[in-house]
Design a protein around this ligand. Structure first.
Ligand code: ADP
Length: 671
């Protein structure tokens, strides 16, 4: 770019100069005055102005000849367009020297804009001030409501504490109640049994015959003792359920068999000449249930005996209906006295009996239905009633065909059958279903796969199928068998490296450690701690380096696929030389080595690896598509971890081999 000359600079200037006399006649004008506004000597300054504004020019010069003028604005015609020129005037020998500054339109626009913006800014400022006031008012209100909130929060907290205390007290009193009931009931049973036994002896007359009156009295004693015994047994039942001490034993059985045995055991309740007949409907022999059979019979027995108690004539009918694929309904329908509708809800309350003429005759504790309902709920269902006074009642028990716990257990088992090799498997040996659910839930959420075993036998069977990464062993039932199992695990070379975490309720740490347990915990288990422990297993694999030496690109690709999703870092080499170099550089934890490379065989690579002290100890797994001769196999197995055929190399096998190699390579010692 050339340096600007005087003309260029002049063109940038927006100033013009001229000399005028007092009558506006121009005496001299500079070049820009001439070119910009057409001023030249002899012309009147007036004529340069926008028509009608010439007086302002006359005033400027008439005053300017005698005194200096500042920023006198005239509107001149520049290129026939009005433009403002701001003049400063200096008196000069009876004339006036005028220096004008052309205000460009842009400039004016800018000024207007700036003025506008300023006006806006002022307005905005006012608005901001107004809003600030508003905000501070809000803030004041907010902090007031905050104070109010804090106060009521304190109140709520206090209320919560009180509620907690009450809940504590309630659950304590509930606990105390059931403990008292259960110990009192037990205390009652012993003397009651003696009373019953003694009345039996008296009635038998083994120590001398009783007269009729005495026999009558002793029978009264016996029936009172029997009633008391029934009450004590019911109370004991209820307190057991309430304390959650009832264990369910689910088995598979057919509805047909169940009804047949119910019929057999209940028929004696109906005398041959009774005006009431007890009828059991039949069920399809293929219709199976998997639930607690004894509990189910307890409920049906109670419903049938109630129906018989409150039916003077007609029938008591027991029937079965499939509600849907998952649920079954068992109904006990009678043609008895019925229950007034307003009392229907009450009959499930403890000790409640309906006032009716049959009540006095019927023996009962008022606990049968509450117990039945609780048991029905334990079975995953409930009892409903339909009844009409004078016509009869139908009590219907609806329960899942497969008990929910069993169903969940089946799900866990089926999940464990579908092994996901990307997950670390943990064999959990635990006989309590609920604890198993807890293990399953939190372990699977943390990315483990639980292999459930509810008995030591099941655990042994699972182990014979595949090796888990860890075993969680609950030593509860089968205590001796479980200790033996632990000892066997730690003796067997195949399983001894698998870490075993022993969990138990009693402190048997010494025994567990002596038998080789890797960890010992008391129940209840601290889930976080257990997870941390098990996760350290995963961490062992994180950052594991795997080197694949294979000249076949497809084989390397397959290997990449196999370990995808695993926390391994994979290195690939297409030649033996490249492989040994990478082995030295990367120090992989395990090497997969193709038996037959383009140049040389696995023996050459192995020789190189074993010759270098750094790479000597790295476990090597030979992968081959050749059928190896015995001699070769023997030679290879001396210096390697395993020999795997390419056809068999699945994802699962690859991962398991890596894990095996890691264990042997001592990576697990970090556990
Ligand atoms: P109980 O031991 O007194 O039979 P339950 O809890 O089994 O106690 O029954 C409570 C009350 O419900 C009974 O006392 C009776 O009044 C009423 N009830 C139960 N089953 C029937 C029925 N099938 N028909 C009429 N009333 C019944």
């Amino acid at each position: 770019m050339s340096t600007p000359g005087p003309d260029d600079i002049a063109s940038l200037s927006r100033e013009l100069a001229l000399v005028s006399d007092a009558s506006t006649r121009i005496l001299w004008a500079d070049a820009r005055a001439t070119s910009m506004v057409g001023a030249w000597p002899g012309r009147s300054l007036r004529d340069l102005c926008l028509p009608g504004t010439g007086d302002k020019a006359a005033e400027l010069v008439s005053r300017g000849v005698s005194s200096p003028m500042r920023a006198w604005e005239l509107t001149l015609l520049v290129d026939n367009k009005p433009a403002t020129v701001s003049f400063n005037g200096t008196p000069w020998n009876g004339q006036v020297l005028l220096v004008g500054q052309l205000m460009s339109n842009d400039y004016q626009d800018a000024i207007i804009k700036v003025q506008g913006a300023l006006t806006d800014a002022v307005a905005l400022n006012r608005e901001i001030v107004r809003q600030k006031h508003e905000i501070s008012r809000y803030a004041e209100r907010l902090s007031q409501s905050n104070r109010d909130l804090q106060e009521s929060n304190q109140g709520v907290l206090a209320l919560h504490r009180e509620l907690d205390d009450r809940a504590d007290a309630l659950s304590r009193s509930g606990e105390i109640k059931s403990r008292v009931v259960s110990s009192v009931s037990h205390e009652f049973r012993t003397p009651l049994n003696s009373v019953l036994g003694l009345t039996e002896l008296l009635l038998e007359g083994s120590d001398g015959q009783l007269n009729d009156e005495q026999q009558k009295q002793v029978r009264f004693i016996r029936s009172s003792a029997e009633e008391l015994m029934a009450l004590v047994n019911d109370l004991l039942d209820l307190s057991k359920i309430e304390a959650g001490k009832v264990t369910l034993r689910a088995t598979k059985f057919s509805m047909h068999d169940f009804l047949a045995s119910m019929r057999g055991s209940l028929r004696p309740l109906v005398p041959a000449d009774s005006p009431v007949s007890l009828i059991f409907a039949d069920a399809d022999p293929d219709f199976e249930l998997e639930t607690d059979r004894a509990k189910l019979s307890q409920v049906i027995r109670n419903l049938v005996s109630n129906a018989l108690k409150f039916t003077e004539r007609g029938e008591v009918h027991v029937s079965v209906r499939r509600v849907d694929d998952d649920q079954v309904a068992l109904s006990v329908r009678d043609t008895g006295i019925g229950i007034p509708s307003e009392l229907v809800d009450q009959i499930f309350e403890e000790f409640s009996q309906v006032d009716n003429p049959l009540q006095s005759r019927a023996k009962g504790t008022g606990l049968g239905l509450p117990i039945s309902r609780r048991v029905a709920q334990l079975l995953g269902g409930d009892i409903a009633v339909e009844t009409t006074v004078g016509e009869g009642s139908t009590f219907t028990l609806v329960i899942p065909r497969t008990h929910p716990d069993v169903a969940e257990m089946h799900q866990i088992e089926s999940r464990s059958r579908h092994r996901d090799p990307s997950k670390v498997s943990v064999l959990v040996v635990e006989d309590d279903r609920r604890s198993m659910f807890v293990y399953e839930r939190f372990l699977s959420m943390a990315g483990f796969q639980v292999i459930p075993a509810r008995t030591v036998d099941a655990a042994r069977a699972a182990l014979s199928q595949e090796l888990p990464e860890a075993v969680v062993l609950d030593v509860m039932l089968e205590e001796e068998t479980t200790w033996r199992f632990l000892a066997d695990l730690k003796r067997d070379p195949r399983t001894q490296h698998v870490p075993v975490l022993v969990v138990t309720v009693t402190n048997k740490e010494e025994r567990a450690r002596a038998l080789g347990a890797d960890e010992f915990w008391l129940k209840p288990i601290d889930q976080d701690r257990l997870l941390r422990k098990l996760k350290s297993l995963l961490r062992v694999e994180r950052g594991v380096k795997v080197l694949v030496i294979d000249d076949d690109e497809r084989a390397r690709y397959l290997m990449r696929k196999h370990v995808a999703g695993q926390p391994y870092e994979l290195f690939e080499a297409a030649t033996g030389e490249e492989g040994t170099r990478l082995a030295r550089e990367q120090m992989p934890n395990v090497i997969f080595l193709d038996f037959l490379l383009e140049k040389g065989t696995a023996f050459d690579v192995l020789d190189d690896l074993k010759a270098d002290p750094r790479t000597r100890a790295i476990p090597v797994i030979i992968v081959t598509s050749q059928v190896l001769g015995d001699a070769e196999r023997q030679l290879l197995s001396a210096g390697t971890e395993a020999v795997v055929s390419k056809q068999n190399l699945s994802r699962e096998l690859a991962i398991n081999r890596i894990r095996d190699a890691l264990r042997k390579g001592g990576m697990e010692s970090r556990l």
